[in-house]
Design a binder for this molecule. Structure first.
Ligand code: URA
Length: 248
């Protein structure tokens, strides 16, 4: 159970003072009855709440998959630049944030949510959640460079990077690769390729844990995660050591 005005706020119907006013003005019904007391207790799972005649379905947490385009920053807000959250402004929510960061010039899979606990777990270094990137490189990788990346390279941090997995995309003469890492250090992929005397020309994240970038999502577009996708992310966040498969 929760207060009617709190629920309406969480559903982004306005600031607390605005929704209180709306309730007092008779704009809200609960199970068909007009309720004018903002403190009225509602059962958010069972009660049918309408605001200005429109049903409100209460959702505490929401989850989206965004195909981040290059040129927007992975932040909630930014004084100067367009952010990934600006791309979801049509959702009318003010509590969304990206799960982790992609560089401004990186594109691909980004989860956007208001579930702080899940975000925290997915980003925890202890969880070793796999992140897979498609990287276009300045030069083809040699077998030796691949071996170094797979063993871990010095990118100027205290420790070498954890072992990564490298897959060559066929037909591109080893200049297009898929790199899977289990950490999330600043500019990590670019720095790893630099460490083996190469250079990333473009970078796209295509997977995080079991969640694969939806091929039908155009750059800049997003969709809700399916319930099974949310569950698989939660499972991942809940499992320590996940992602340390044999080859990693
Ligand atoms: N590694 C990078 O270098 N950049 C990103 O955006 C993500 C991983």
């Amino acid at each position: 159970m929760m207060r009617l005005d709190k629920l309406l706020c969480e559903m982004n119907k306005g600031a607390r003072s605005q929704v209180k006013k709306a309730v007092r003005a008779g704009l809200v019904t609960v199970n068909g009855l007009q309720i004018t007391r903002p403190e009225y207790q509602v059962d958010e799972k069972e009660d049918q709440i309408c605001y200005q005649g429109q049903p409100c379905v209460y959702e505490k947490y929401v989850y989206y998959m965004l195909h981040k385009p290059s040129g927007v920053v992975s932040a909630r807000e930014d004084g100067r630049e367009r952010t990934v959250i600006d791309l979801l402004s049509g959702e009318g929510r003010n509590d969304l944030f990206p799960v982790g960061r992609l560089d401004k010039d990186t594109e691909g899979l980004l989860v956007i949510t208001n579930d702080g606990q899940l975000a925290h777990e997915l980003l925890s270094p202890r969880k070793h959640v796999e992140k897979e990137y498609e990287c276009s490189l300045a030069r083809a990788l040699t077998a030796q460079q691949i071996e170094r990346l797979e063993q871990g390279v010095d990118i100027g941090e205290k420790r070498c990077t954890k072992p990564a997995k490298v897959q060559i995309v066929p037909g591109k003469e080893a200049a297009l690769i898929r790199l899977t890492i289990t950490e999330g250090k600043f500019h990590q992929v670019k720095r790893m390729l630099q460490a083996v005397d190469n250079e990333v020309l473009s970078l796209k994240r295509i997977r995080m844990g079991n969640l694969v970038l939806d091929g039908s999502l155009e750059r800049g577009c997003y969709r809700r995660l399916e319930p099974w996708e949310v569950e698989s992310l939660k499972k991942l966040g809940g499992e320590a050591g996940c992602g340390q498969s044999g080859h990693i």
